[in-house]
Design a protein around this ligand. Structure first.
Ligand code: GLC
Ligand code: CA
Length: 559
């Protein structure tokens, strides 16, 4: 399928652009069954690309849209090259890609290649017997015998991340199979050449359909130790997963070669990229897997509290781990973690939470790296409040005191497009409730207000498009002498004196005004504020110092 020239001519978008994650179930429901779908996404593309009111982003990433029995809401795939009928058809998908490309938006698919659904025909064949072509497509092992109490021993001590043993007994085959996540998500055997070939076919199929890139789900678990050695024990936190050092169930020496093959295939077509979901929060590991056009999510900012100093320390640590050449992928929220408005503002007055959400947005969209937005964050959307006992999220339903789990439904609520019944999301009953505040927190309402979180995201994204230093510039953290202020300069890389210009970003995380010292703009002229969450004097020139209001985010340009 041919690409729109407006889209294919830019090959650096993976670095300069902004990606917007859509959780398809919760974005827009066109047929009224309460579940978002592809036609719904297509109807709302104007929110993301095209018109003047759009959030100018460069790509959308769709969480899985493949046929799935939904034990893990799409992350248990039953057919890698089809579309779940609840989301639509392949024809709907082609139409969506075409409509996105027409608006200059790229499309990234979520590839879940570590495991399939237990209902995938490959697994159904594999479990049917030991002598069919699929017999070794999964990780099967005999039981090494019985314990003194008569229980079947598992092949080793590996745990499932979602609770319980990683080994599930299958009566039919009389063997255990391995699952890093749910028993309904058996892990593929990447040591089988046939599995690797099948995976490459999946990648090729979607590239040929015009997809611009992939998010690789938990990619560093593809390979397990060939001898299936038990992991060494360690003292952990609450949660039995943390009581082991995960030496043998992920990050095996065979992985880089398999990754290189996928990456070469992706690189064979211009303008394509991947972003890997590292199943681990180590910056050093993230750094090891990064290459041009192949990003790795860095989870650092997901775990930070609301503190300029904490962010500053994290940025310094990451710069040290990544060095000057590895390009970061910045993210504050996704479908697995509490939404950041709630994380940073839980329990505070609505206005304070929104003000913090705006400061966070300024950080995400001006920091060096590719920003990934999570649908709804542009409204300052909060977590839903749903106790584990009422959850749909399977690991939350399995949670025990020893295997605790945060109910991810809370981060997956429908986005509201209007104050109408169903929030403009659905004319039926939404699969998860709308936010309690949807009548005031929705796209239509916020679009009409210049002071809204949405209007702030739009202004930031537009500025980012206009100022090359904010896209590709180097980053220099400033010593400003105020604990609550994070400030940095983005400018052309040292030695390069192109027309990139420079930008000064100053973020006041605190509740009191703060005066900071700022360096001279490279041009020798003063910094000119381009954007602020607060009113600033017209035609202001910033030299030497500037006073920030409480929770003010300021972006200035110079040079
Ligand atoms: C990734 C996904 C998560 C899913 C898991 C298993 O972590 O982000 O939602 O449950 O993989 O596929
Ligand atoms: Ca629907």
């Amino acid at each position: 399928m041919s690409q729109d020239p407006a889209v294919s001519s830019r090959t650096d978008w993976w670095q300069t652009g902004v990606v917007y994650q859509i959780y398809p179930r919760s974005f827009a429901d066109a047929n009224g069954d309460g579940i978002g779908d592809l036609a719904g996404i297509a109807e709302h593309l104007d929110h993301l690309g095209g018109g003047d009111d759009a959030l100018p982003v460069d790509a959308i990433w769709l969480s899985p849209i493949y046929p799935s029995p939904d034990f893990d809401f799409g992350y248990d795939v039953a057919d890698y090259v089809g579309i779940d009928p609840r989301y639509g058809t392949l024809a709907d998908f082609d139409r969506l890609v075409e409509a996105a490309h027409r608006r200059g938006l790229r499309v990234i698919l979520d590839l879940v290649l570590n495991h399939t659904s237990h209902r995938h025909p490959w697994f159904e064949a594999s479990r049917a017997g030991r002598d069919n072509p699929y017999a070794d497509w999964y990780i099967w092992r005999d039981s090494p015998g019985r314990s003194r109490l008569g229980a079947r021993r598992t092949p080793n001590n590996w745990r499932s991340y979602f609770g319980g043993s990683a080994w599930q007994w299958d009566e039919g085959r009389g063997q255990f199979y391995m699952h890093t996540f749910l028993p309904e998500q058996p892990d593929l055997n990447w040591r089988s050449p046939a599995v690797r070939a099948a995976v490459m076919d999946v990648v090729r199929t979607w590239l040929d359909r015009g997809v611009d890139g992939f998010r690789l789900d938990v990619f560093n678990t593809f390979y397990k130790d060939a001898a299936l050695r038990s992991n060494p024990r360690r003292i952990g936190r609450r949660g039995r997963w943390s009581w082991q050092r995960h030496l043998f169930d992920r990050d095996q020496p065979d992985l880089p070669d398999a990754l290189a093959r996928i990456r070469n295939l992706v690189d064979s077509q211009p303008g394509r990229m991947t972003v890997g979901e590292l199943f681990d929060n180590s910056m050093a590991k993230a750094a090891a897997y990064i290459e041009p056009k192949h990003l790795i999510f860095d989870w650092t900012f997901m775990s930070l509290r609301w503190s300029a100093a904490a962010f500053r320390d994290a940025i310094v640590a990451r710069d040290a781990a990544f060095g000057p050449d590895r390009w970061p992928a910045n993210v504050l929220s996704n479908h697995d973690q509490p939404r950041h408005a709630s994380r940073f503002g839980g329990g505070l007055p609505v206005e304070t939470v929104d003000a913090r959400a705006k400061v966070a947005a300024a950080l995400l969209l001006t920091l060096r790296g590719t920003p990934f937005l999570y649908y709804g964050e542009e409204l300052g959307q909060r977590n839903l409040v749903i106790p584990n006992a009422e959850s749909l999220d399977p690991p939350a339903r399995r949670a025990t005191w020893l295997s605790p789990w945060w109910n991810r439904d809370q981060a997956r609520g429908p986005i509201a497009w209007s104050a109408n019944r169903g929030g403009g999301f659905t004319r039926g009953t939404p699969w998860l409730p709308l936010s309690a505040d949807f009548e005031t927190r929705n796209v239509e309402g916020q679009a009409a207000h210049p002071g809204s979180v949405l209007s702030w995201y739009r202004r930031l994204l537009r500025l980012r498009r206009e100022v090359p230093a904010l896209q590709g510039g180097d980053q220099r953290l400033l010593e400003v002498g105020q604990l609550d202020v994070l400030a940095y300069v983005r400018e052309a890389p040292a030695g390069k004196t192109d027309a990139m210009g420079a930008s000064l970003v100053a973020l006041n995380f605190g509740d009191a005004p703060a005066t900071i010292q700022v360096p001279a703009a490279p041009s020798g002229v003063a910094w000119r504020p381009s954007l602020s969450t607060h009113l600033r004097p017209e035609a202001e020139a910033i030299r030497g110092s500037v006073t920030l209001a409480p929770l003010e985010a300021l972006v200035a340009v110079g040079g």
